[in-house]
Ligand binder design. Structure first.
Ligand SMILES: Nc1ncnc2c1ncn2[C@@H]1O[C@H](COP(=O)(O)OP(=O)(O)OP(=O)(O)O)[C@@H](O)[C@H]1O
Length: 413
């Protein structure tokens, strides 16, 4: 009995006793290396063997100080906590035991832990336990939240989008190489580790499934991210899980970060005019580029046509984006001054962070270009457009002296 308790305890806190104090240290890497040597030979190997874990019981307060709730949904609470014995900040994902079976919890924990040595996949620690009505596992903390909370109304700068796309395609490509499909790619499931987006990580492996398995629809996800073949499936109908569903969601996510919103409400060509227009163009039934894609370069439109192909078998692999990273994505003439870029994003005493957006440089260039064009037209009609700064200054002085005797106190630049 004492032995079992000891074994359970070491499982529960292995991450902290083995690896010291830095929460970013990959947990138990030695164990994982041996797993992954095997899995490469066998298309997933042990990765697909979901273990029968014995989850120990404990109270949160036995080892953790709960600092705050980061997010709370129908199925889980995301808590920021300090692990007292090591003074490490960790995130505890606490899943309602009544709503999620033990088997499903272990599956999510297993995939989260086994995949987490990829640099763009959130690290889960080798810590799982049951506390009251929750099954809980521990993860590293993402200080800048998720992509949804970082997105301005007009999206992110092209450079940031390229960084995000490259990292996500690497994470998803890695999962696909292990025959796993994420199935719930959305802005909320991409966590941000640096304000310039040079470090983002994929999270939430609750819906992750082995390719080729029969599955039902993912519950509680955005309809705009649901691929057409899933949308078309009848209620409770089961269908084969394919990597092409991640490709679709990757395309929708890419569009969303570039513009601030998804391209359509649902991939239903009967009910959604935006999707109908895109599908017509995608199937080459018209050469008219749909209005909401016109701001993109022809190369990026080509890329979108491949990711957002209505037929799942024709869809591009997630990693194909690497072919487009050197291209220009947004046509600056079409984009106007709408795009914004994240300039600074500072965590403030563990409170919700503040994002500062400024107009992107391109938009300022295009403003200058328009001014020059206007000046050229005006001077072609003999109108003077150059401004004599000295004359302006003199006019202001004259005006000030005419209306107030105390003008000497006023500085004019
Ligand atoms: N490690 C973390 N660090 C910081 N924030 C996190 C972390 N994990 C999750 N979050 C935040 O909590 C939210 C919900 O997390 P997660 O997707 O894992 O929970 P969920 O219950 O499976 O959500 P859903 O079912 O809605 O997809 C994320 O969108 C993110 O904003």
């Amino acid at each position: 009995m004492a032995n079992t308790v000891e074994k359970r305890r070491s499982f529960r806190i292995m991450r902290f006793t083995d690896n010291g104090k830095n929460e970013n240290t990959p947990p138990n890497t030695q164990h994982r290396n041996s797993i992954y040597r095997k899995s490469q030979e066998t298309d997933g190997g042990i990765l697909h063997m979901i273990p029968d874990l014995d989850i120990p019981q404990m109270n949160f307060t036995d080892e953790y100080n709960i600092e705050r709730t980061i997010a709370e949904g129908c199925f889980a609470k995301i808590l920021l906590a300090t692990h007292r014995p090591t003074n490490c900040s960790v995130v505890l994902k606490a899943v309602h035991a009544e709503l999620t079976g033990l088997k499903d919890f272990i599956k999510e924990f297993h995939y989260s832990y086994q995949l987490s040595h990829h640099p763009n996949i959130l690290s889960a620690y080798n810590v799982a336990f049951q506390a009251n009505d929750y099954y809980v596992f521990a993860q590293e903390y993402a200080p800048y939240g998720d992509l949804a909370s970082n997105l301005g109304p007009n999206g992110l700068h092209e450079t940031a989008c390229k960084l995000i796309a490259e990292q996500l395609s690497s994470a998803l490509g890695f999962m696909h190489s292990k025959s796993l499909v994420h199935r719930d790619l959305k802005l909320e499931n991409v966590l941000v580790f640096s304000p310039d987006f040079s470090r983002v990580k994929l999270c939430d492996f609750g819906a992750t499934t082995r390719k080729g398995t029969l599955v039902g629809k993912v519950k509680h996800t955005w309809v705009s991210f649901v691929p057409p073949e899933v949308l078309e499936s009848v209620k409770n109908e089961r269908f084969i899980c394919k990597t092409s569903s991640d490709s679709w969601q990757f395309g929708i996510l890419l569009y969303s970060i570039l513009t601030g919103s998804p391209p359509w409400q649902s991939a239903d060509w009967v009910k959604d005019a935006n999707y109908a227009a895109f599908m017509k163009y995608q199937k080459k039934k018209t050469t008219k580029i749909p209005d909401n894609f016109r701001k993109f370069s022809s190369r990026l439109i080509r890329c979108f046509r491949k990711y957002l192909d209505h037929s799942e078998e024709n869809r591009a692999k997630v990693t194909e984006i690497t072919k487009y990273l050197k291209d220009r994505w947004v046509d600056s003439k079409m984009s106007g001054s709408k795009s914004a870029t994240l300039l600074a994003h500072a965590p403030d005493n563990d409170q919700d962070s503040i994002c500062v957006y400024i107009n992107q440089r391109e938009s300022r260039y295009s403003l200058d270009e328009s001014k020059t064009r206007l000046q050229r037209i005006m001077s072609s009609y003999g109108l003077e457009t150059t401004i004599d700064q000295a004359a302006v200054k003199k006019r202001i002085w004259d005006w000030l002296s005419s209306c107030d005797d105390s003008y000497e106190d006023v500085e004019v630049f």
